[in-house]
Design a protein around this ligand. Structure first.
Ligand SMILES: Cc1cc2nc3c(=O)[nH]c(=O)nc-3n(C[C@H](O)[C@H](O)[C@H](O)COP(=O)(O)OP(=O)(O)OC[C@H]3O[C@@H](n4cnc5c(N)ncnc54)[C@H](O)[C@@H]3O)c2cc1C
Length: 417
């Protein structure tokens, strides 16, 4: 260890401790490659490790989110120092993101809305990756109009008793906790009577059933909640303020799906699915003279579009970092990302031609192209549909009149459904 190192602009409190930890959890060849800046070797190592085990070790030591307080599972570092620590982890190619939506969506919501007691209870296992999180928001009758949700939570001493049904729950089967919205006061208007909980998915009365998407994958689930008892310490928002807290989560979700999430953490293509442009171009090249001129044009347009979008996202990200953003840039780039990714996959299908229509059952590569195409159809639905994003832009950026609501002012209980 380098105890006498001269402080440098990349130093941060605990750096030696972190490097020591990395030396104990990563193979020595990885450490050597990281110190030598051998990126290719690092990428290869990443395929060979127990990813969850590494994230656990990093998370339990507080390095997954070093700017969180120590009592909440972080290191209590300033934003700048935390950024330096994460940059080091990134440059060493170390995975630091627990699977599930806990880190990106639940943690900032808990941080902003929960009591100190609840933060100490929910955040450490989230940041260490010991508890993976899913999102129990959508219901069969409440997707875009999420505030109309009908799952109920009734107070009973120090607990809440929850009944209802949720749907489209990504990671529903493999999660230990869930962001749960439930109606706690049906006599209030729909936005006012909702409370936000962190549900223990192993609680008696929670039943998770698989749904199959059109690509044949078990990507999301439906969840039935029957007399599930939730301790009050798992309540994330103040009673009846769940809708305001939900805005923190939905904003973070739009951000994650918009390509605006912090550079170099996770590429948005990894989140949205679909084949990356370069792989499609590579396949097109193998067709040589057989690639029709129209496909060449489409590819060029897609490449230009991809570049313009990447620059727009960079600009929006920089504005945001400089505090100049208006707040709805996530909606703008989410719509653009979804449309551009879907268009790119359509071009891929055109270029694949017959191979996108029929293939030998053993040809998993051909099947994968189609699976990726089908997956991206969800891009304009997941995390709020493109129509709803346009409504947000219309109302919050352009200042257009709000959508008419025939039941405005009525208690949720009295709204017909
Ligand atoms: C891959 C995937 C993963 C998902 N994961 C989760 C998850 O983990 N947890 C979770 O809670 N939910 C999840 N969802 C659900 C998602 O949030 C909803 O599908 C989405 O909000 C739309 O709701 P809906 O499906 O009920 O459609 P609806 O709200 O019924 O909308 C149907 C159509 O009507 C349009 N529409 C509705 N209202 C308006 C309006 N006011 N103005 C204009 N057009 C309108 C919509 O744009 C859409 O085209 C997931 C969805 C997908 C596709």
């Amino acid at each position: 260890m380098n105890a006498c190192r001269v402080p440098s602009p990349t130093d941060f409190p605990g750096r030696d401790e972190l490097e020591e930890l990395l030396a104990t959890i990563l193979p020595i060849e990885w450490i050597d490659a990281a110190r030598a800046g051998d990126v290719e070797a690092i990428v290869d190592f990443n395929d060979t490790i127990d990813r969850r085990g590494v994230v656990h070790a990093i998370g339990r030591a507080g390095w997954v989110a070093p700017h969180y307080e120590r009592e909440h599972g972080g290191r209590g570092l300033s934003t700048e120092m935390a950024q330096r620590a994460l940059s080091l982890l990134h440059s060493w190619g170390v995975p630091v993101t627990p699977s599930g939506s806990g880190l990106a969506l639940a943690a900032p919501t808990i941080q902003q809305w929960s009591s100190e007691e609840t933060k100490r209870h929910l955040l450490p296992p989230l940041l260490s990756g010991d508890e993976r999180w899913c999102q129990l928001f959508s219901e069969p009758g409440s997707g875009s109009d999420l505030a109309s949700l009908a799952t109920t939570a009734v107070r009973d001493g120090d607990e809440w008793v929850v009944n209802g049904q949720k749907v489209w729950t990504t990671f529903g089967q493999s999660s230990e906790r869930a962001m749960l919205l439930a109606r706690t006061d049906p006599d209030q208007i729909k936005h006012k009577g909702i409370t936000y909980f962190g549900l223990d998915m192993k609680s008696p009365g929670v039943e998770v059933r698989p749904l199959v998407n059109m690509a044949g994958q078990h990507e999301f689930f439906e969840v039935f909640l029957s007399d599930v008892r939730v301790p009050d310490i798992d309540r994330i928002s103040p009673r009846g303020e769940g809708w305001s807290a939900t805005q923190s989560t939905l904003g973070a979700e739009r951000f994650a799906l918009s390509g605006l999430a912090q550079k170099k953490r996770k590429s948005s293509d990894e989140i949205l699915g679909g084949k990356p442009y370069l792989e499609i171009e590579q396949f097109a090249r193998t067709l040589g003279q057989n690639l029709p001129a129209s496909a060449r044009h489409q590819l060029v347009r897609a490449a230009v579009n991809d570049r313009v979008l990447a620059l727009s996202i960079d600009r929006a990200r920089d504005s945001r970092a400089a505090g100049r953003a208006g707040g709805s840039e996530g909606s703008l780039t989410k719509i653009a990302k979804a449309a551009s990714n879907q268009r790119l996959q359509e071009i891929a299908m055109d270029i694949r031609g017959l191979a996108a229509t029929a293939w030998e059952i053993s040809d998993s590569d051909a099947a994968e192209w189609v699976t990726q195409f089908l997956r991206t159809r969800a891009n304009s639905i997941e995390g709020g549909t493109s129509e709803i994003q346009r409504n947000i832009i219309g109302e919050r950026v352009l200042g257009l009149p709000r959508e008419p609501d025939a039941y405005k002012g009525l208690a949720w209980r009295d709204v017909p459904r």
